[in-house]
Design a protein around this ligand. Structure first.
Ligand code: 5GP
Ligand code: ZN
Length: 114
């Protein structure tokens, strides 16, 4: 999608620190990390948010969990654990309207944390 920051990042049109890429997904370090490890995983296909998913996105939505699993393992988080956050919509604090999972790790995290 034109004028979408994360579409441009996934195409390499805007630089980022890439940590993983395959045919369907791109993962890169968050520019403003809130944990020692903070990586964003995005589908290359533009989807606005979880709320905007349709049946046509079923494959990409399912594969995204496996992409998150793979990226977390590459980051060395599999053993200690990590948190995955999908901010969805304005009240949840979603600022970029391209579906993305935050992978947070490298520290003890409180729960509930809202
Ligand atoms: P949201 O608030 O929409 O859930 O998350 C968007 C995330 O994207 C934020 O954590 C923010 O720091 C990150 N972000 C925004 N712009 C850029 C950018 O240009 N590059 C990178 N690497 N991260 C960005
Ligand atoms: Zn996009």
């Amino acid at each position: 999608m034109e004028d979408c920051l994360f579409c441009k990042i996934s195409k390499g049109e805007i630089p980022s620190t890439k940590v993983y890429e395959d045919d369907d997904f791109f993962a890169f370090k968050d520019i403003a990390p809130v944990a020692p490890v903070h990586v964003l995983v995005i589908p290359k296909k533009h989807v606005q948010s979880i709320a905007a998913l349709t049946e046509a996105d079923a494959a990409v939505a399912g594969k995204m969990l496996f992409a998150i699993q793979k990226v977390a393992s590459l980051l060395g988080l599999a053993e200690d654990g990590y948190r995955v956050i999908f901010n969805t919509g304005e009240k949840a604090g979603q600022t970029v309207r391209h579906l993305h999972a935050h992978i947070l790790g490298g520290k003890e995290m409180a729960w509930p944390g809202v």
